[in-house]
Write a protein that binds this ligand. Structure first.
Ligand SMILES: *Cc1c(COP(=O)(O)O)cnc(C)c1O
Length: 366
């Protein structure tokens, strides 16, 4: 099948590689894993993912609904702040509702006390390369900081959630922080049934000491007699998707600049926000190009690369790792054609799942 660029192509075989590691983790640590939908919410591959994961976790009513309807299994709800309408919707579809503050727990407890209720605790330690994504940054509003406040919620809650990592590849750092949490919250952990350690751990990455990670989780779970949950987003979908584009023009301003039929601000916004270079699926060489997007934003640049071939109008450019935090953020900035969504199934067949057109653009704003 010849697909028209731009399109996101999710490769189920690559996805399966991550899912097999998740399966290993569940088996060897006893931890359950719920997909963090805020990172990735493409239902076209949920039937594969739900075979290897225990359900989903969410950041809003709509995400929770998506998880309940399209993924199935356990549906965890979390939100930085719920409205009454959220709670009314969520209590019908969620297995667990996790509150971000003692005041929200107090306000809505009577509505949800028949469900498993959790509280987010902020351990004041974290691992993140970016202040923007650091849960324990100064003045953070994410979770309850005060140990006494957490203690006084114990008569209402069944579990707690700590989310304090972001792209943490360092097992020693993870391990040290878990020991710190075990000590600081010993009295809380002894009284509850489940603990979610959140997401942000790069445990599916090549070279990550997965067996030691499993042993650490198992030890923690046995010490406090709790069911451990992990909430992987990025780790579940890393390296399984590419954004395919076509060069529309090559211009020169000191350096050669190839302009493709996509845009960073519209189609890989996460890279722009975190000022990261897009990863390119390309042989390295001596031809230097700035690869740029077609929006009118001056800094709409995917990156500068030295590649083996020469680019010309019509050349295909494929950016890799375009699933997590990328597809969920695509938007209609500049009215640039939104990339289609395609899936390469386990049997090798490519399926075009969704195309977007002018009507979708108009409908997104009126
Ligand atoms: C973002 C987030 C996750 C997923 O994080 P990843 O880095 O994608 O694994 C999990 N839990 C919570 C509470 C989050 O905010």
């Amino acid at each position: 099948m010849i697909l028209q660029t731009p399109y996101y192509l999710i490769d189920e075989r690559a996805l399966l590689g991550n899912l097999k590691k998740i399966e290993y983790l569940r088996k060897n640590s006893g931890a359950k894993t719920v997909l963090a939908l805020k990172c990735f919410s493409t239902p076209a591959v949920f039937s594969l993912m739900s075979k290897y994961m225990d359900g989903t976790t969410s950041s809003s009513l709509y995400e929770a609904k998506l998880g309940a309807e399209m993924f199935g299994k356990e549906t965890h709800a979390f939100s930085v702040a719920y409205s009454k309408e959220d709670i009314d919707g969520l209590k019908k579809i969620s297995d667990k509702i996790i509150f971000n503050s003692a005041s929200q727990l107090k306000r809505f407890y009577k509505d949800v006390k028949n469900l498993k209720v959790g509280l987010r605790i902020n351990p004041s330690v974290s691992y993140s390369h970016f202040d923007l994504a650091d849960p324990s940054r100064k003045y953070s509003r994410l979770g309850v900081f005060d140990v006494k406040e957490a203690m006084s919620a114990l008569n209402k809650i069944d579990g707690v959630m700590f989310h304090y990592n972001c792209e943490n590849e360092d097992f020693a750092a993870f391990s040290k922080m878990l020991d710190f949490i075990s000590k600081k919250y010993e009295k809380v952990l002894q009284k509850i049934n489940w603990v979610s350690l959140g997401g942000g751990i790069s445990f599916t990455k090549d070279g990550y000491p997965l067996a030691r990670f499993c042993a650490k989780l198992k030890e923690f779970s046995q010490k406090f007699n709790v069911q451990v949950y992990l909430e992987p987003g990025e780790a579940a979908v890393t390296k399984c998707c590419e954004l395919a584009t076509t060069v529309l023009d090559v211009v020169k301003n000191e350096k050669n600049i190839a302009i493709v039929d996509a845009s960073t601000e519209a189609h890989t916004l996460d890279l722009l926000i975190y000022r990261e270079r897009a990863k390119l699926n390309e042989k390295k060489g001596s031809n230097e190009y700035i690869i740029a997007g077609r929006s009118c934003l001056a800094g709409d640049v995917f990156g500068t690369y030295k590649i083996a071939r020469k680019l010309k109008v019509g050349s295909k450019i494929r950016f890799s790792d375009a699933a997590g935090y990328t597809m969920v953020k695509k938007n209609w900035f500049n009215g640039v054609k939104m990339p289609s969504i395609a899936v390469k199934r386990l049997n090798g067949k490519i399926e075009l799942v969704r195309q977007f057109d002018y009507k979708d653009f108009v409908k997104s704003l009126s």
